[in-house]
Design a binder for this molecule. Sequence first.
Ligand SMILES: Nc1ncnc2c1ncn2[C@@H]1O[C@H](COP(=O)(O)OP(=O)(O)O)[C@@H](O)[C@H]1O
Ligand SMILES: O=C(OP(=O)(O)O)[C@H](O)COP(=O)(O)O
Length: 412
Amino acid sequence: MNNYPFFTMDDFDFDNKCVYLRIDINSPINPITQEIMDDSRLNSYSETINELSDSKLVITAHQGRPGDDDFTSLKYHSRYLSKLMGREILFIDSLFGSSVDYAVSRMKKGDIIMLENTRFYSEEVSINFNNFNIIENTHIVKNLSKLFDYYIIDAFGAVHRPHTSLIGFKKSGPMIAGRLMEREISMLDKFKYSNQRPKIAILGGSKVSDAVKVSRSFFEKGIVDYILYGGVAANLFLLASGKNIGKRNIDFIKNNNKNYLELIDMARNLIEKYPEKIILPDDFILNPSQKNITLKDNVPDNELLADIGFNSIEKFKDYIKRAKNIFINGPMGMYEINEYSIGTREILDEISNSSAMKIVGGGHTISAVNRFGFRKYMDYVSTGGGALINYLSGDSIPVIDALIENKKMFGD
Ligand SMILES: Nc1ncnc2c1ncn2[C@@H]1O[C@H](COP(=O)(O)OP(=O)(O)O)[C@@H](O)[C@H]1O
Ligand SMILES: O=C(OP(=O)(O)O)[C@H](O)COP(=O)(O)O
């Protein structure tokens, strides 16, 4: 038996068994060619998949969110993974139903199948996850649970999402943490339990809802001393503090967050309670004009605050220099475009030069770290973005909770 409160792959023998493996290979996608722009997440599953080479292995995963450019089929991911692993992977363009049943019934030991993007099915994300009866009664769970002996969940990047393909099988059979989950948890615990101060978080990117939610826990529980905000997360806090961030930036927040008024309220409360811990940029590079402006200037309606400006970079660097523990999730701006990549690059450069413990995570953040050549300077590169910050925040994590519950049910 292992030392974790959940099953790991050490606890079972998968020889000739039918195994469900949920991974997170959600990757940055080129919106024009649909090519995978960074294969870090795909690369992180070699240990798990190699260890399952005696099983009949069926892989599920998601890519993107409905409505977004990167909401694509997993056909390309299956080809990519097949090449990386040097193993044939049969792609089935459904998640469940007769074509899946038939393909699985014909599997032999050593075969691998990958199913279609779980988020092509609304039952994956749009049901009431507080009621497990509903989850258990989805077509996804009813159909797939007929097929498997074991359910391995290795999607560390999505552990903070209580979605059907991630937690829905907790009563169907043993649910097991994969090798990536084990590695992530043991590495992140080193940071979580380190008492070296100051500890700082750097939160950027576009998923502001995760950023605001965890900020509260980070401050309330004293997990970090400062949070430096970039990207859309910074825009949200600036808006909440009464700054004029311009129509296009407000619309970006509104259009991507149904609960944006609630987010602004939460951000405002945090600013009132922890003013000295919230570190915000005060100048920016505009897109499309590429002008450097401060927030004292008016932000024209058609401009995005696409990168943090030079004063803000220097201000952030001062905090990074003094830190003993640092983690970063989310780029400082639209790093994919050269003209707006300087903030992200400079901040990653300063982190790389620091002697603090340095953790970095998130699909786009890893892609930036790889692209700008900083990977070798990081102590740990987590595959999780939202997952990383939620895990470090000490809040309850739906997938980990489900794994723990499952071990209690199937433990003996
Ligand atoms: N100020 C901004 N306005 C619009 N998009 C932004 C801004 N800053 C960053 N982004 C975008 O955020 C995306 C990355 O965010 P996110 O998915 O949250 O990061 P991660 O995958 O590392 O967790 C990038 O595509 C980047 O272009
Ligand atoms: O890429 C992911 O999150 P991340 O961008 O926070 O690292 C995960 O696959 C979760 O995706 P989601 O935030 O669309 O639920």
